[in-house]
Ligand binder design. Structure first.
Ligand SMILES: Cc1ncc(C[n+]2csc(CCOP(=O)(O)OP(=O)(O)O)c2C)c(N)n1
Ligand SMILES: [Mg+2]
Length: 576
């Protein structure tokens, strides 16, 4: 296969010998890279020296993990490839969590790591780590370049592989001596990867089978995953839903692909999903999953998942199809192309009885909480944030209860509006993700809905936000606990809160110490004013909300139970 390759540099320049470091910078520029995240060290000094002279904006995190999450969120917010550079040994090792996070959520990243000189590799040289070995399983592809002649092409391939098909992180390991060597690149740089095929259209017969099943269905559910957002297919999703009259559920990664304010929205299903989404899936006769991979947090007990449903699965990655649940109509292709083709073939059906049942579930089990409580309920903070931002903020999260409260109570309308670690569930993602997202979208109101302990993991990056003058907002739902762990301990370990409680720093003082704005909120009536002030600030701003310590996320499908075995439903009914 031959891919269109961006031209590397003005033709006249290509024949002039250039150093490896310059070749790397040229390759980044040729791919339109405007921002690179990363951290310096001996093995990448020549590269940094060239980057210093380039038009590329360079953002230095406090820790390479943070930098990798920044590049990842930059990619999620912009739809472009994120770029991260790290030095050999400890720098490269610090990328692992960031790469795994991006891998699990199919995010296009190119990571360039320095390596010790080629003559030292294998000698346990200073700052040598077997980077390709360490990162093999957490990258879509990785390689080490050992010949300067291969350098430019390898980076071009990395961009191609990262951004096509099911996207993912690609790492290129570059020994320091190659950065000094000189080489002239003659002729265009072509990406030719014969074994790498990118499906696109989907099989016409399978598409017509799927349309037929949709037309016959009485109780369909369209389930949109992160792949819809990656494929920029939100418009096509909506068209299909409108034309065939289909209700739409969204996985955590799919939130934003369909406007939750529309009546056809079923919101998020799964372990902490909306009861109406779970009941709809369990009672459906047809499930049309698009760019969703049937994660166990979505399906619950597999054998009891959507028992009466025929399943259509649209995915660009054939290895996702029938991986966990049997599929009746598989369609391997680009979500945007396949959804558009399907929309041409479907017919409108009213399905009044089905929509009436859905409306009844929505009424009976609306997500709710104790609104009369004197304490600050985390759900209240999110609802108020959603109200004050008009539902238009770009939200990032850590991992835990606050992430689920955010997914449940903020109503998302646009793709790329929620940036969260869905697959790996990486605590510490929220703050660096907010930084990367704000750089990608300078005009957006970027809010990190964080947990106290998630924030603790990468809080040093607040000074990166200050350094780069980014007006990110951080709402810490500070319950003093690793709340999600505490919830499991409460429910399944007889309230033995083993090691899930720690004494936290004073976050407002910390924020002020690094040059950000810090606010502490201890009373319910201060939630609104504090959020209003946070939204007015043009400096990074951290608000420490001292929320109810032992609030739980309801409903909950306990691990191993089926989607309709939700705990906490009676609480939702009582709240009415
Ligand atoms: C890096 C990492 N380590 C451990 C976990 C396991 N874990 C999941 S949620 C959670 C607690 C999160 O606490 P906090 O950030 O305060 O959020 P809360 O649940 O209280 O809202 C833990 C420890 C994880 N997801 N990520
Ligand atoms: Mg907490």
């Amino acid at each position: 296969m031959q891919a269109d390759s961006p031209s590397m540099a003005p033709a006249a320049d290509r024949t002039i010998p250039r150093t490896g470091a310059q070749i790397i910078v040229d390759a980044l520029c040729a791919h339109g890279v405007e921002t690179v995240f990363g951290y310096i060290g001996a093995s990448v000094l020549p590269l940094f020296d060239r980057l210093y002279d380039s038009p590329i904006r360079f953002v230095i995190p406090c820790h390479e993990q943070g930098g990798c999450h920044m590049a990842d969120a930059y990619a999620r917010a912009s739809g472009r490839v994120g770029a991260i550079v790290a030095t050999s040994g400890p720098g490269a090792c610090n990328l692992v969590t960031g790469l795994a996070t991006a891998m699990m959520d199919s995010i296009p990243l190119v990571a360039l790591t320095g390596q010790v000189r080629t003559d030292l590799i294998g000698d346990d040289a200073f700052q040598e780590a077997p980077t390709t070995g360490i990162t093999r399983a957490v990258t879509k592809h990785n390689s080490i370049v050992t010949d300067i002649k291969d350098l430019a092409r390898t980076i071009y391939e990395a961009f191609h592989i990262a951004s096509t098909g099911r996207p993912g992180p690609v790492l290129v390991d570059i020994p320091a001596d190659l950065e000094f060597q000189k080489h002239s690149v003659n002729g265009p740089i072509r990406v030719s990867l014969p074994g790498y095929k990118v499906p696109k259209n989907g099989h016409a017969r399978q598409i017509s089978q799927a349309a037929e099943a949709i037309n016959l269905s009485e109780r369909p559910v369209l389930l949109a995953g992160g792949g819809v957002i990656t494929a920029n297919a939100a418009q096509e999703l909506r068209d299909l839903s409108t034309r065939a009259n289909l209700p739409v559920a969204m996985t955590l990664m799919g939130l934003g692909s369909f406007d939750q304010r529309r009546p056809e929205s079923l919101d998020m299903p799964g372990m902490h999903g909306a009861p109406h989404a779970n009941f709809a899936i369990q009672n459906s006769d047809l499930l049309i999953a698009v760019g969703a991979r049937f994660d166990d947090r979505v399906t619950g007990k597999l054998e009891a998942f959507a028992p009466g449903a025929k399943v259509i699965h649209i995915d660009i990655d054939p290895s996702n199809i029938a991986k966990t649940i049997p599929v009746d109509v598989p369609i391997v292709g680009d979500a945007r192309v396949v959804l558009a083709a399907l929309a041409e073939l479907v017919e409108y059906r009213a399905r009044a009885a089905w929509f009436a049942r859905i409306a009844d579930w929505k009424r009976r089990y609306a997500l709710d909480y104790d609104r009369a409580a004197a304490t600050i309920k985390p759900q209240y903070v999110i609802e108020e944030l959603c109200r004050q931002t008009g539902g238009e903020a770009l939200v990032t999260t850590g991992v835990g209860q606050h992430q689920m409260f955010g997914a449940q109570f903020y109503k998302f309308a646009h793709p790329r509006q929620l940036i969260t670690s869905g697959g790996l569930g990486t605590m510490g993602f929220g703050l660096p993700a907010a930084i990367g997202a704000q750089i990608a979208r300078p005009d957006a109101v970027v809010v990190d809905i964080d947990g106290d302990h998630s924030f603790n993991m990468t809080m040093a990056e607040l000074s990166t936000a200050v350094q780069n003058e980014l007006p990110i907002k951080v709402c810490i739902l500070n319950n003093g606990y690793m709340g999600m762990v505490r919830q499991w301990q409460e429910l399944f370990y007889n309230k033995r809160y083993a090691y899930s409680h720690l004494r936290n720093p004073d976050y407002a003082q910390f924020a002020q110490a690094v040059g950000a704005v810090g606010i502490t909120v201890q009373a319910k009536d201060q939630v609104g004013p504090a959020l209003a002030r946070m939204l007015r600030e043009d400096k990074p701003c951290v608000v420490d909300f001292r929320v109810e310590a032992e609030e739980n996320v309801w409903p909950m499908v306990p691990a191993g139970k089926s989607l309709d075995e939700m705990q906490g439903l009676e609480m939702l009914q009582n709240a009415m």
